[in-house]
Design a protein around this ligand. Sequence first.
Ligand code: FOL
Length: 185
Amino acid sequence: MSKVKLNLIAAACENMGIGVNGSLPWRLKKEMAYFTTMTSQVSDPTKVNAVIMGRRTWDCIPDKYRPLSNRVNIVLTHHVDALKEKVPEGVVVVPGLDAAVEYIESRPDIESSWVIGGSSIYEAAIYHPNCGKIYLTEIQKTYDCDTFFPNFDKQQFHLADEEDIPGGRQLEGDISYYFRVYKKL
Ligand code: FOL
């Protein structure tokens, strides 16, 4: 029995779009700062968090921010040996979500684990027995997207009220969004 919880974090627009042409459809500075804070912050200063992503999401992170700092970066791919040659030392390459969970179980210094996309990895995480909470930023606008957050059964989740997470409508320029947290029932 594994006690590793997989939290998901994503920002999606009104049509549940999360990406277009291999990048984010928007540039929201404060929303990205929320992502950085949520995925980096630890309550035990001797520990770190892990971010788990698919290979395409790895590709979408700008070179200067890659690997994501102060976090253990775990990248999923069907071509482990090929990708291992291309990523910097310290980046963990595994063939799937179960292998990622196994790796995290072997690292007692990892405090929390964040699934950061994309679509297929989010979908695998939602149906994974270790699925925890979904931190979903709901952007109140429609963007042209080619990749989407998977439909999830809102019957199996409820909207949680979290301390420390800004509530209400967030405004950034003329774009508004909400920081939502869905907790598995
Ligand atoms: N979740 C949320 N809420 N917002 C997002 O934008 C988001 N993006 C991804 C996954 N979950 C998300 C995947 N895409 C970086 C770039 C793209 C990306 C995730 C992270 C990135 O470069 N992050 C840097 C900070 C960059 C900056 O300050 O502009 C980091 O250190 O976190």
